[in-house]
Design a protein around this ligand. Structure first.
Ligand code: GRG
Length: 298
């Protein structure tokens, strides 16, 4: 029923199983949360579901759920907030793909939302995913955590990073410029997702700061490998057009410092991410996800 990523390529058995387990739980909750397609006005509900179920990896809700478990949380109270971060992530992808932004035709191996439903509905689908995310967070989560999520996607986070990204197109950029963009545009939502899980699970301040450090390094490395895949990736595996960063003369790590050094920095960040986790805990999934960033083809 749901579009799913095929996790079976070049990945270890443990990670394939973990992704399968988590994505099916997350998809079931997302299905319960999202309005039905036949609910009036149908077009917007179809567009929201089209993009949410287009086959994402669900990394951000996985971060939230795993952080919740890692700090000793139990029960089901993490699932709805975890879905909220995936709704926000999907909203950011829909808007990022719009003609006024990156102007991409494919995402998650499918036509982008605006290509199927038109620009107006795609903008509104993003808006309504955001509204729904905060509606369900408000019903389930304390205001401090909601504030963290809101801050992460505003001008100090995703929006700020996206603005800098747009304004630096075609301009000379150095490592600091791209680091700023990538930390805001990409790492901020990974950080907010992991903190949300740890805070809902009543994690200690030292647990929250370890996870925050892990997610910050992970998120930055993730965007660097995204930049690298835009140059060296396989369009079919990636599920979206490649070469678009180059076409738009985007501020990327490879453009600022070259491919070889970008690879080195991604590796160093992943080492830092792993080192941020205390050794007396079960870090297996977080460590495997960190390795996945360097090996990923999608
Ligand atoms: C306020 C939420 C919000 C958005 C407005 C458009 C925008 C500002 C920001 C763009 C942020 C963006 C799309 C950053 C790129 C992050 C990234 C690497 C996305 C791909 O993540 P994956 O690979 O995607 O986890 P899947 O498809 O697997 O979910």
């Amino acid at each position: 029923m749901f579009g799913r990523v095929d996790f079976s390529k070049n990945m270890d058995e443990y990670l394939i199983k973990a992704f399968d387990k988590y994505t099916s739980i997350i998809d079931e909750w997302l299905d319960k949360i999202l309005p039905e397609e036949n609910e009036f006005p149908q077009t917007i509900h179809r567009a929201m579901r089209y993009s949410v179920f287009a086959g994402g990896k669900r990394l951000r809700p996985i971060f939230a759920i795993e952080a919740f478990n890692w700090v000793g949380g139990s029960g089901e109270k993490i699932f709805i907030p975890a879905c909220a971060v995936e709704l926000i992530h999907t909203y950011s992808l829909i808007h990022d793909d719009l003609p006024a932004m990156d102007d991409d035709d494919y995402r998650r191996k499918k036509l982008t939302c605006h290509k199927v439903f038109g620009e107006a509905i795609a903008i509104l689908a993003g808006d309504s995913l955001s509204a729904l995310a905060f509606e369900i967070l408000a019903k389930t989560t304390d205001s401090k955590i909601i504030g963290e999520v809101a801050r992460a996607i505003g001008t100090q986070g995703l929006v700020g990073g996206q603005v800098a990204d747009i304004e630096m197109e075609g301009k000379p950029v150095d490592e600091n410029d791209v680091k700023f963009i990538h930390e805001k545009k990409t790492a901020a939502l990974f950080v907010a997702s992991i903190k949300l899980g740890a805070m809902i699970g009543n994690g200690s301040s030292s647990e929250i700061s370890s996870l925050t450090e892990y997610a910050r390094n992970f998120g930055l490395a993730f965007q660097i490998t995204d930049d690298i895949l835009d140059i060296k990736g396989d369009q079919k595996k990636l599920g979206k057009d490649i070469g678009s960063d180059f076409e738009l003369d985007k501020a990327t790590y490879p453009r600022a410092i070259g491919l070889e050094r970008s690879n080195e920095i991604a590796k160093r960040l992943i080492e830092n991410a792993k080192k941020a986790l205390p050794i007396n805990k079960d870090n297996k999934l977080f460590l495997s996800l960190a390795d996945f960033v360097l090996e990923r083809t999608f």
